[in-house]
Design a protein around this ligand. Sequence first.
Ligand code: AMP
Length: 374
Amino acid sequence: MLLPSIDDLGDVRGKRVLVRVDFNVPLADRDGEKVVTDDFRIQSALPLFRDLQLRGAHVTACTHLGRPNGEVNAEYSVEPVRRHLNDLIEGVELLENLRFNPGEESNDRAYGEALTDSFDCYVNEAFGVSHREHASIMVPPTLIPSAAGPNLMREVATLTGLLQEPKRPFVAIVGGAKVADKLGITKVLAEKADAVIVGGGMAFTFWRAQGHTIGSSLVDESRLADVSELLNTGRVFIPTDVWALPTGEPFGSGGVLAPTLFEDDIPEGFAGLDIGPRSSERFAEIIKNAGTVLWNGPMGVFEDPRLESGTRAVAEALVASPAISVVGGGDSAAAVEQFGLADLMSFISTGGGASLELLEFGDLPGLKALRGVE
Ligand code: AMP
């Protein structure tokens, strides 16, 4: 996909450049002051800021932060982010939270025009938001010369390249909680990939479709037919054993009971919450022989140490495999981070939702806006 680059903006000396970034970073209170606790997203934007400054441009960044729902709310002010940014680089301004104005999320043209008004050029460096039709993503490219930032370019090139000519065997791993959200992408992947591994809460809809009982595990009964169709492709692999906890036992934090392993049916009164050792071993074997692995969504409730073993096994198999490993953002990225394996993956996408939509539909609203296509 050909996106306009910074070079296509021409000579930006003396020009005012608006850069849309995704500085939706975690904050915490320290000694009565809010501070940034993970500045990965801010650090990632610095090369672009430096490049623009070296070219002589005046750089102003803009971002959303949390969900203030269109109202000014000091709780969601970007001030702590601004302080952090100023410590890292001089001369880059940061506008106040875009979502303080309801026009941002409703893609209000007048709001987008007002935002763009005092700038000569626009750069989108917010891949993780580019699936959203929000004013700061959609409107500036219709008004002033616009370009894709280098991180956004890299995300798009990596993800689209993955579907075009993956090094085979191409193995996709999908997990997480919501089968409805991920069924579309699972279907696309079942066509493109040589094998699709399904784990996490999603897997129980597949178990159910095979006629197993699943106790109180997550399930989407309305999707059983779709899921059966996927299973019939013969390329979809699901767990053959699962760890479960009694229904009502807290998980995530606060729980004490040890999980029970089920290899077939899960009885009433239990919920499946992680893949079992036999499944982990089988999945690791598939991953070991892969040329490319795309991973989106954990195999279990990895935030709870009792239920992390399946997700850890998959992450470790990826590290041990010579495959190109692309981790599709969100929770899987958090999991590899938790295991200290993030640096060993080939590529970690910053946008979970955006990366899935790009893989499923081959394009995103924000990318279309940059290319000037409907
Ligand atoms: P998603 O946002 O759909 O990718 O879901 C990610 C969340 O799914 C993580 O927070 C996991 O804790 C959770 N999860 C993974 N496996 C299960 C499961 N078997 N049952 C319930 N939640 C799960």
